[in-house]
Design a protein around this ligand. Structure first.
Ligand code: ADP
Ligand code: MG
Length: 458
């Protein structure tokens, strides 16, 4: 542990020299200690989920590369939020024992699936047809058609979606089937915990007492020898019993780095299928499907606009989807006409960062501000904008309104429109409420000051 504290402080010094001061201060200056080191993961605590997400998206590879200059065995950083750390501390009984509450035991038998990923809403084209048909067959005959099914491809192209379709489809046909979807990180963590407690019962039950195992992003097993061995055992057992296994990865099995060959060769025994980038027509079809899912009126956005979006976002379906949502949000919230010009305007900051080759957003606009506020309070932007009256949403929502007013001086009416067409009197009331709060509550004032800085004010 002490060793890692030292390493972290050296890495910090190097980051301080190589990064812009603002970037360094925002992301790294406040991360002082190493929280724990488990299973070759070095845990750092980010002050909130916004910083956590940014580090994960933009700096994690670099951090890991630096870290591995100092250690012999491969290690990786894992970023958690203050809240997650606090939760974990609360669960610990003594200095070493981790107490697993009942609730967690229940969690272990959950499928982990998101039921919105279905074959119906997966758009097929030449880049993913083979993967799609193979997944369909596997879902139709679990354990009978190809085992394991190994799906690989770059990020954001639909691997997770397709893998979850398999699980959802199987469950739909037979509710008694025990399906487990798990990210490789989770598997590593579960095994680490079991090893730490020297008690493997829960772990075995979770991973062995099932019919279908879906393991996402297997490349993260890289360098984890013990965990690989354990995975190998589970894998063998399921294969022997004709239990279906589906695996995804960012590369071919033969190109996996630092994963034992007896495992990678087993991956190749089954069926390997890749997903590639969709072409323009395919991207437009994906946008149409997503548009259908988002609105009642599929003609809301013309083909010309969809074509424009599809032509700009050409390498990743997740980005493509994000761009569409942004255009939808921008034009509805501000009552702008759906036109190519307005779509361009809505996507300006994304395009700037895309074209500039870095992710620094130069024009922080209101949508970013709403993202910043919701991230800060650990809720989703759609909850922030929704009419949900739960306390955990109401307060951040009022703060969001207050900050929009403060920075852009938008009219109350406009702010009301942005927040799901609320009446302007609600907005006035919310902003007044926050203004009063700030005069008497130092913590809230502190939070708002921090948020204002993050949002580009001051
Ligand atoms: P990956 O696991 O390959 O990184 P995901 O499965 O998470 O990618 O996909 C990213 C997003 O793109 C998801 O929201 C998913 O629904 C969507 N997506 C990807 N491919 C398709 C497709 N062919 N049809 C519909 N949606 C897709
Ligand atoms: Mg994925």
């Amino acid at each position: 542990m002490e060793e890692f504290e030292k390493i972290w402080s050296q890495i910090k010094s190097r980051l301080q020299i190589s990064l812009d001061t603002d970037v360094y201060n925002e992301h790294f200056a406040h991360i002082s200690n190493v929280f724990k080191v488990v299973n070759n993961y070095v845990y750092l605590i980010a002050p909130n989920s916004f910083v956590k997400n940014k580090i994960e998206s933009f700096y994690l590879n670099r951090l890991n590369a630096l870290l591995n200059e100092y250690v012999q065995e491969k290690h990786m950083f894992k970023i958690i939020t203050k809240d997650q750390a606090a939760e974990e501390l609360a669960k610990r009984e003594g200095p070493y024992a981790i107490n697993v509450p009942e609730k967690d035991l229940e969690e272990k038998y959950k499928t982990g699936l998101n039921n919105s990923y279905t074959f119906e809403n997966f758009v097929v084209g030449s880049s993913n047809r083979l993967a799609y048909t193979s997944a369909m067959k596997v879902a139709d005959q679990p354990g009978g058609f190809a085992n394991p099914l190994y799906i690989f491809g770059e990020v954001g192209l639909g691997k997770t979606h397709l893998m979850q379709c398999v699980g959802n489809y199987i469950l739909e046909n037979d509710v008694n089937k025990k399906v487990l979807y798990v990210k490789t990180d989770q598997f590593i963590e579960d095994f680490g915990k079991a090893a730490q407690k020297k008690s493997y019962d829960d772990f075995s039950k979770k991973y062995e007492d099932i019919d279908v195992l879906l393991v996402d992003d297997i490349q993260f097993l890289s360098g984890k020898n013990q965990t690989q061995l354990e995975f190998f055992k589970i894998f063998e057992k399921h294969e022997e019993n004709n239990k279906q296994i589906v695996i995804t990865s960012d590369r071919k099995a033969s190109e996996l780095f630092d994963i034992m060959s007896r495992l990678t060769s087993r991956f190749e025994w089954g069926l390997s299928v890749d997903i590639n980038r969709p072409n323009l027509e395919h991207r437009i079809l994906i946008l149409k499907k997503k548009l259908h899912a988002e609105t009642q009126d599929p003609d809301l956005i013309s083909d010309e606009i969809l074509e424009y979006i599809a032509s700009v976002f050409d390498n990743n379906v997740r980005e493509l989807e994000g761009a569409l949502k942004r255009v939808l949000f921008y034009c509805t919230a501000f009552d702008y006409k759906f036109s190519v010009e307005n779509a361009q305007e809505a996507l300006k900051s994304l395009l700037n960062s895309k074209n500039a080759g870095n992710h620094k957003v130069d024009t922080i606009n209101y949508m970013n501000i709403l993202d910043i506020v919701s991230n800060y309070y650990n809720i989703s932007t759609s909850d922030l904008l929704s009419k949900n009256r739960q306390k955990k949403y109401v307060f951040p929502r009022q703060i969001g309104m207050y900050i929009l007013k403060d920075i852009y001086d938008l009219t109350y009416k406009k702010i009301g429109q942005i927040f799901n067409n609320r009446d302007h009197s609600t907005v006035i009331y919310s902003i007044e409420q926050i203004s009063n709060d700030l005069q008497i509550d130092k913590t809230k004032k502190n939070d708002v000051d921090k948020l204002l800085i993050k949002c580009g004010k001051k």
